[in-house]
Write a protein that binds this ligand. Sequence first.
Ligand SMILES: Cc1ncc(COP(=O)(O)O)c(C=O)c1O
Length: 511
Amino acid sequence: MSAPAEHPAAANSDAAAHRPARGPRELIFELGAEESRCVEAPAPEGEWEPLEALLGDALRKTPPALPNVSELEIMRHYGHLAEMNFGVDSGMYPLGSCTMKYNPRINEDACRLDGFAGAHPHQPAASVQGLLELMWELQEALGEISGLPGVTLQPAAGAHGELTALMCFRAYHLDQGDVRKRVLIPDSAHGTNPATVSMCGYEAETIPSGSDGGVDMEALRAALAQDVAAVMLTNPNTLGLFEASILDITEAAQAVGALVYCDGANMNAVLGISRPGDMGFDALHFNLHKTFSTPHGGGGPGAGPVCVTEKLASYLPGPVVVRDGDAYAGRMPERSIGRVRTFWGNVGVLVRAYAYIRALGAEGLREVSEQAVLSANYLRQRLSGLFDCPFCRMCMHEFVLSGAAMRKEHGVRTLDIAKRLLDHGFHPPTVYFPLIVEESMMIEPTETEPLSALDAFVDAMISIAEEIRTDPEIVKNAPYTTPVRRLDEARAARTPDLRWRPDPGGLSADG
Ligand SMILES: Cc1ncc(COP(=O)(O)O)c(C=O)c1O
């Protein structure tokens, strides 16, 4: 049977509870009236030079095209936009690889303390000793957690950390007159890894995964040679699996003079349990905006500190914070690759990470990872009977299901399942990544979701699987309860309509 736009079964779920109070409505330019005002500036008192005399040609000829709205209209407008948004505060957000977990609100207060938020990047070090001490302690903590003692807090994101580390690798090799050109990356890697490699002027070469989801050791050994600059690995990898051959991998790579990079975006699975430095990695980046408390998504700000072995520490970008007795200062490492970010990096993100690490301590961080792994395995066990689970062994903080069989038997794609989950009040998991699993769904519940939310997610998936078997059109036409239904994604990406500007004859779109 074919589903009408509003399929009766659309009302079958708990979705009503999650339905947005109102759908799209006017833009702010369409609100208000000529006479509406939010703030009326008082007329200046006393004698003033006319604006024309003060500004000359710089005086604008027409008033700015600002909407005329009252304070109440503004509040309702933004309140409405917030209601239409979906975030961790609204519901479970199991977006694999992205770690959309709840971040303690108190860390937001910490980073807004005057001494941190109000510090000016040009202030002399003597006047920001507290902040520098915090950054030094954070460097120490990240060095301890990773097992890699050289730390820079400069990079502004994970991909930026990758680039920073590869630049250090190149500087290290060049210092020894060693010019290398290839970087080996498993086919399960995050897209930023090969992109970073090309940006850095190396050639990326893909190594296939073996049948257990780990790196195919034979293929890796065959590719390793004296011209390999680095092997880039994510551990746990993007299938959510711990790389069981990691010691063999680092040993084999280093035997030909290559350096081994750990994409540490998944460190939330192993905090306080295992350390990349002990596995033989030469460098790693953290995603502070995933693992250590900065809200993730929406384009930043983030921070991707890089940790390296002692032999690479002198190549790090600066300033790094150093301690001399009780005093703290910024210093450029001896053979530094230079700056990769202005001033001291994204300091607010660093403060949140510090607060998070100090509040939890070593035991607490370990519990974070244990809980993340437990939650993922609980969901994996409960869902793997419903959907195919191609690498169904004990996972770390996330796991990957496949909707390939559902597509073959019922014509329902993973994308449809993702859309139907919206009707149940869940943000969908990551879909179609990693690329090596057909119709993949990558699910990361995170340590912060309670058991009741995990169970509700399983119930939603059970109900969707049942619909797929009995009336797949329901799923193919979802979502039913969101402010907008399915978008023309290609058009939205290619010709985005981002800007509106009132014109004298009315309102017009101005792409
Ligand atoms: C495994 C992995 N590596 C690297 C990155 C890149 O991090 P960023 O988005 O901060 O550049 C991500 C981001 O989601 C990731 O999941």
